[in-house]
Design a protein around this ligand. Structure first.
Ligand code: MN
Length: 235
């Protein structure tokens, strides 16, 4: 899957491994402990400051959502994969290798949530929305009729998702589609290409909007949605 964040994650993993090796050499005189060979998944930095999406999404929400929820998925994943066949795999491969396997559900859930959240942060930007880049706009028009119709599909999917989950804009066989997934499920495990997502777990909006999910979704689509990121993911 050709996704910008894949490279970021890979770089982060390498950086962390290097830091671990340097740290180990510094304290152990160049003798590497076995643990230095592990490559933990790291929490990528937010692409903006915690208050950058205010007032649509408050710094308080981002602090908990990124600093607690997203971090917990990464921390739990590293605990679950330590010493297993997944320990040295990139995040995307862990998601794909555990999808649909009932005995690997905890690994899948934490890995997919770690990946989905990084994709979500990049799906938003301060002073977002506006006119989509030309190639994305053309696909929106050929697939939905107009940019507004595409936004309406996304809003409907995001508000209609029953319980926790995600709304996605995907590219499937040359055509844009809007889908929704429950809990940790992700189009990363399908043949389609994810372009953009909106998190509709309650932790994404409850501090700011309480039960008014539609207000959160519409504000994201009108003010924060990162069409440039979606266009980059078309490839
Ligand atoms: Mn979330």
């Amino acid at each position: 899957m050709n996704i910008e964040s894949s490279d970021d994650l890979a770089v982060s993993r390498r950086s962390l491994l290097s830091a671990a090796v340097v740290g180990a050499m510094g304290t152990l005189g160049g003798v590497l402990p076995r643990s230095a060979h592990a490559s933990p998944i790291v929490l990528p930095p937010l692409p903006y400051g915690e208050s950058a999406l205010d007032p649509v999404i408050s710094a308080n929400t981002l602090s908990f959502h990124y600093g607690k929820h997203h971090m917990a998925y990464v921390t739990n994943l590293n605990k679950l994969v330590a010493g297993t066949e997944f320990a040295d795999l990139p995040l995307e491969k862990i998601v794909q290798a555990t999808a649909g396997k009932s005995d690997k559900l905890a690994v899948f859930n934490n890995a997919a949530q770690a990946w989905n959240h990084t994709f979500y942060w990049n799906s938003l930007r301060p002073a977002g929305a506006g006119e989509p880049p030309a190639k994305l706009k053309q696909l929106m028009e050929s697939s939905f009729g107009s940019v507004d119709a595409c936004k309406k599909e996304l809003a409907t999917a995001a508000t209609a998702q029953f319980g926790s989950g995600w709304a996605w804009l995907i590219l499937d066989d040359g055509k844009l589609k809007v889908i929704r997934t429950a809990n940790a499920d992700t189009p990363l495990t399908s043949a389609a290409r994810p372009l953009l997502t909106i998190d509709v777990w309650e932790h994404a909006y409850y501090l700011d909007y309480q039960n008014r999910r539609a207000d959160y979704v519409n504000a994201v689509l009108d003010k924060l949605v990162n069409w440039e990121f979606a266009a980059q993911n078309i490839g």
